[in-house]
Design a binder for this molecule. Structure first.
Ligand SMILES: Cc1cc2nc3c(=O)[nH]c(=O)nc-3n(C[C@H](O)[C@H](O)[C@H](O)COP(=O)(O)OP(=O)(O)OC[C@H]3O[C@@H](n4cnc5c(N)ncnc54)[C@H](O)[C@@H]3O)c2cc1C
Length: 384
């Protein structure tokens, strides 16, 4: 085995890993970022970015939506949106700031390239198969052993780093350990026609979840998700049911892809000493809407700041990261979780009437909350 001693070993080169790698390398740390896949790689996702994500990207990378559009990272944007229910009149809304839509193959590669340009070393095809929290050593399937002053677990919903911490008794999973199962398919817009060119959410097709239809220039993303332990076994049949309400030619066999995503399994203590968990690895996706890209970038930004502050005392990194995480991100997740419990514990036929009444009564408050101009908790307006 070959031995290396970087400042930070980052496992996973999705939005969370690349953001942390960029910030740390740009501040002079020696960073190695490992991913089991060569990039660009596919990532199943709706690719919808809210305003708070664009703002985080501006703060971290100094890029604007205009730059991302001209670099062809943003493929579509829309101020319009629709929320619908089964056989009900939908609500059409207009946002003050648009939703942006990206293709994750292009998007994730773009941020990884930024991290590499800032000086991070990327190792493609380096699957981490073991992690020892006490020695901060990771082992890859190729036999490399890396020890970091800091180790960042940004390796997604089935994180090896997180499971190693759990097995070592360093973290405890939240009760219930909730994840969602999602299915998505892509339909060429030219063939199917008739899709709206704004994002649509649909309630009433599946218990403990919802379906979506998101546009992009050439293809429409159609998907569904549900809390695994409540409705996981019904996802495929509910998805077919949803597709039959859409302008999709079902006679042509569609390729369904299925993945997990965090849906309530966020950690109150996202790491241990010098090992920090980010993004999906820490369970950081909105437990109601499933939005995870913002949480990936933002948690990585908080973690990188904590590391830069604790360079000379790595064992305090978690403490600094956690205090900011508890203040900035955790309350949002808790509120979304409570809202989900409230709505999804109703009978399925009532999801849409409740969601639509709330949206009709105070559209701007909900829009601003989702866009990050208000905190979920107390729906308090921010200065952002
Ligand atoms: C169907 C679906 C639709 C979604 N739609 C949206 C949406 O529209 N908007 C939104 O905001 N969020 C959405 N999400 C959630 C979003 O995709 C995630 O929250 C986001 O990708 C999290 O980023 P991450 O960097 O934490 O993890 P990931 O993007 O999952 O990146 C993890 C990386 O780690 C690598 N890796 C994993 N294991 C190992 C290992 N053992 N060794 C080395 N490398 C490893 C992987 O190859 C991957 O590159 C969706 C999720 C799904 C499943």
């Amino acid at each position: 085995m070959r031995k290396r001693v970087p400042d930070a070993v980052i496992v996973g080169a999705g939005p969370a890993g690349s953001t942390a790698a960029f910030l740390l390398a740009a501040n002079g740390l020696r960073v190695v970022i490992l991913d089991r896949s060569p990039f660009p790689r596919e990532k199943l996702c709706g690719g919808l970015l809210t305003r708070k994500t664009i703002q985080t990207l501006a703060a971290v990378f100094g890029v604007t939506a205009d730059t991302l559009r001209s670099e062809k990272v943003i493929r579509h944007e829309s101020r319009g949106y629709l929320v619908g229910g089964r056989n009900r009149r939908p609500i059409h809304g207009t946002l003050d700031y648009p939703f942006h839509l990206v293709d994750r193959t292009v998007y994730d590669h773009f941020w990884l390239e930024r991290a590499v340009s800032a000086g991070a070393e990327f190792r493609a095809g380096a699957r981490v198969i073991a992690f020892n929290p006490s020695t901060s050593q990771v082992v890859t399937s190729g036999g490399d052993l890396l020890q970091g002053k800091f180790v960042l677990g940004a390796d997604g919903v089935a994180s090896r780093v997180r499971s190693a911490l759990r097995r070592a008794g360093r973290i405890a999973d939240p009760r219930g350990g909730e994840t969602a199962i999602a299915i998505e398919t892509f339909v060429p817009r030219t063939v199917s026609g008739a899709f709206p060119d704004y994002p649509c959410l649909h309630y009433g097709y599946i218990p403990w979840g919802y379906a979506w239809s998101f546009p992009a220039p050439e293809r429409q993303a159609l998907g569904i998700l549900a809390l695994r332990h409540k409705a996981g076994h019904r996802v495929a049949s509910c998805f077919r049911d949803f597709l039959s309400s859409q302008p999709v030619r079902m006679e042509k066999e569609l390729r369904f892809q299925s993945r997990s995503l965090p849906y309530g399994n966020y950690l109150a203590t996202p790491g241990w000493k010098n090992t920090l968990l980010l993004g999906d690895a820490a369970g950081l996706a909105d437990p109601f809407l499933g939005e995870g890209i913002y949480y990936a970038h933002r948690s990585a930004q908080l973690a990188a700041d904590a590391i830069l502050e604790t360079r000379s005392r790595p064992e305090s990194a978690l403490q600094v990261y956690r205090s900011r995480f508890l203040r900035i991100l955790y309350p949002e997740l808790r509120f979304a979780h409570a809202a989900r419990r409230l709505i999804f514990s109703l009978p399925l036929r009532l999801y849409y009437p409740v969601v639509s009444s709330l949206l009709r009564a105070m559209p701007k408050i909900w829009e601003e909350t989702i866009q990050g101009q208000r905190r979920f908790r107390w729906l308090k307006k921010l200065n952002a």
